[in-house]
Ligand binder design. Structure first.
Ligand code: AMP
Length: 191
């Protein structure tokens, strides 16, 4: 049965990327989240695609919760979000982002984005949660990442069932639809 998503944790770049399409699609995605009344949970900054996304949600009447560690908060610019939560450190920030979200997605980004989505994907594999983990594949950005996962699968390092749980989608509406229809098979890492 489809689940209604009320909050989505989005990881994305603190940079804009070289192509304007990244910003354009990120803005459209923010508008779509606002229209669907899906609260955005994100890292709380104003830089790059993070700022574009948060602003787009707010501009379209949506809700944004930014969760940011004290050390980063002191160093970066801020947007007037619906709610800003300042945490003691990076680990409590992540824990709170994970607890508050119904599902997770990554837009294009760099090391931080890859680390964050990989961690939550690992937790899914280990059975710590049963929430959807996804990639919004703007401009086919995640093509090589998907290819890497496939080759790791072929080489016997990732089980096909875990590989197949990762939702990868180029269309925002289909992405949300797949997240809402996600349900996990019972096979876990240990079986
Ligand atoms: P990156 O993909 O390397 O640009 O890093 C983006 C991720 O790292 C985001 O999802 C945030 O969680 C975190 N991050 C990086 N820069 C900032 C910033 N200026 N403010 C808040 N979080 C940030």
């Amino acid at each position: 049965m489809a689940m209604i998503i009320r909050s989505l944790c989005v990881f994305c770049g603190s940079s804009f990327g070289t192509e304007t399409v990244y910003g354009e699609k990120t803005r459209e995605f923010g508008k779509y989240l606002a229209e669907r009344k899906i609260t955005l949970i994100y890292g709380g900054g104003a830089a790059g695609l993070m700022g574009v996304l948060a602003e787009a949600v707010l501009d379209n009447g949506g809700s944004v919760i930014g969760i940011i560690p004290e050390m980063i908060y002191k160093k970066v610019e801020h947007l007037p979000l619906t709610e800003t939560i300042i945490t003691e450190d990076m680990h409590s920030r992540k824990r709170m982002m994970y607890d508050k979200s119904d599902a997770f997605t990554a837009l294009p980004g760099g090391i931080g984005t890859i680390e964050e989505i990989s961690e939550i994907y690992t937790w899914q594999q280990l059975g710590y949660h049963r929430k959807a983990v996804s990639l919004y594949n703007i401009n086919n950005f995640y093509y090589k990442f998907a290819e890497f996962l496939d080759s790791a699968c072929d080489m016997g390092f990732i089980k096909e069932i875990h590989r197949n749980r990762l939702i990868i989608e180029q269309d925002a509406e289909k992405l949300i639809e797949k997240i809402e229809n996600y349900s996990e098979e019972t096979v876990d890492k240990w079986s």
